[in-house]
Design a protein around this ligand. Structure first.
Ligand code: ADP
Ligand code: MG
Length: 323
């Protein structure tokens, strides 16, 4: 940030802001917030998983979005990516652009971010802070996964079952029906499936997190793995609120094509069914078998309760027609 921009209307300088809201002291990192770089030492025999996701005001959230939820979600979407590859989250960097240094906003934002970080032992080791016309939050998250067991999108095999965690459609429903609390929670405070991702090592073949919608994200697995898939729509687990809404078209759209749920979608050989069912009970998280992987072209067929193929939108694309 330019020196003349460093002190905002609140009287808070850039460095005071960083120290007050984003520096919680070093723990495991060799060097964290306050130096030119963070210094990290991954455990011997582990691979480093690195991901980044950006949230921009007006695109991903409204200007008046609750800052505590935004702090949570900014980190949650990144931890979800780490979970989807089977990595344990360790460190994060936060690049943040703000129109103003508002202490009340920063207090809430950092509280939401650190509450999630501390639950999963994630250490904030650096970042960048700048004035910007719109609130912009970009986090880099780093995790560790033992060598050779990461869950690649390209690892699905014909005959695999297709599984999904939790319930789908809630976040998309919240955009249409913001007054339904259980839907709003899915949109604003998604739960990254961190433990599940780690436990799927050695059990699952391929995995991805559902950020752009079931259909779109499953297609990423199919393209990468060069396989086809059959999904039974009736089996896809969905938010309970749909049962009372009685809007079949809205439900189909949210459940199959709605993004932002951050559940894990994964494939596994049929021999693993008992182990996956046991894992679901242990984690207290529903894991539901919704279809199977087939040999052949990367085509997805979703069938309705009568066995008829259904038309469905392909998932969210920022530069496609849906954007
Ligand atoms: P530099 O000039 O080297 O880029 P900065 O002045 O941008 O350093 O940042 C000072 C220190 O504070 C660095 O260690 C940086 O990683 C850290 N930092 C800056 N912004 C944030 C933030 N929003 N959250 C966490 N750490 C931050
Ligand atoms: Mg900097």
């Amino acid at each position: 940030m330019d020196p003349d921009q460093r002190r905002g209307a609140s009287g808070l300088s850039e460095f005071e802001l960083i120290r007050r809201y984003f520096d919680r002291g070093p723990r495991r990192a060799l060097l964290g917030v306050g130096d030119d770089c963070a210094l990290l030492r991954p455990n011997a025999g582990f691979e480093l998983a690195v991901t980044t996701d950006m949230l921009i005001e007006g695109r991903h959230f409204a200007a008046d979005a609750a800052p505590r939820s935004l702090g949570h979600k900014s980190l949650a979407v990144n931890l979800s990516d780490l979970a989807a590859i089977g990595a344990a989250p360790r460190w994060a960097l936060l690049a943040i652009g703000l129109p103003a240094a508002d202490p009340a906003w920063l207090e809430q934002f950092s509280a939401g971010l650190f509450a999630l970080a501390e639950r999963f032992g994630v250490e904030l080791v650096g970042g960048d802070t700048t004035r910007a016309p719109l609130i912009t939050v970009s986090i880099v998250a780093l995790g560790e996964v033992p060598a050779d067991v990461a869950l690649y999108r390209s690892a699905a095999k014909p005959g695999d079952d297709i599984w999904v965690s939790g319930e789908l459609g809630g976040a998309a429903l919240a955009l249409q029906r913001p007054q339904i609390p259980e839907a709003a929670r899915r949109l604003h405070e998604p739960e990254p499936r961190v433990e599940l991702g780690e436990r799927l090592r050695g059990l699952a073949h391929a995995a991805i997190d559902v950020s752009d919608g079931l259909v779109g994200d499953l297609r990423h697995i199919l393209e990468r793995s060069q396989v086809g898939a059959n999904v039974e729509y009736a089996r896809v687990p969905r938010l309970g609120a749909f049962a009372t809404l009685g809007d079949a078209a809205l439900e189909r759209d949210c459940v199959l094509s709605g993004g932002d749920d951050y559940e894990l979608l994964f494939t596994a050989p049929a021999a693993r069914r008992p182990a996956i069912d046991a894992l679901a009970r242990e984690l207290g998280l529903p894991l539901t078998r919704i279809g199977s992987i087939a040999a052949g072209k990367p085509e997805l067929v979703v069938r309705d309760a009568r066995g008829e193929p259904m038309a469905c939108r392909g998932g969210f694309d920022h530069f496609g027609s849906g954007a």
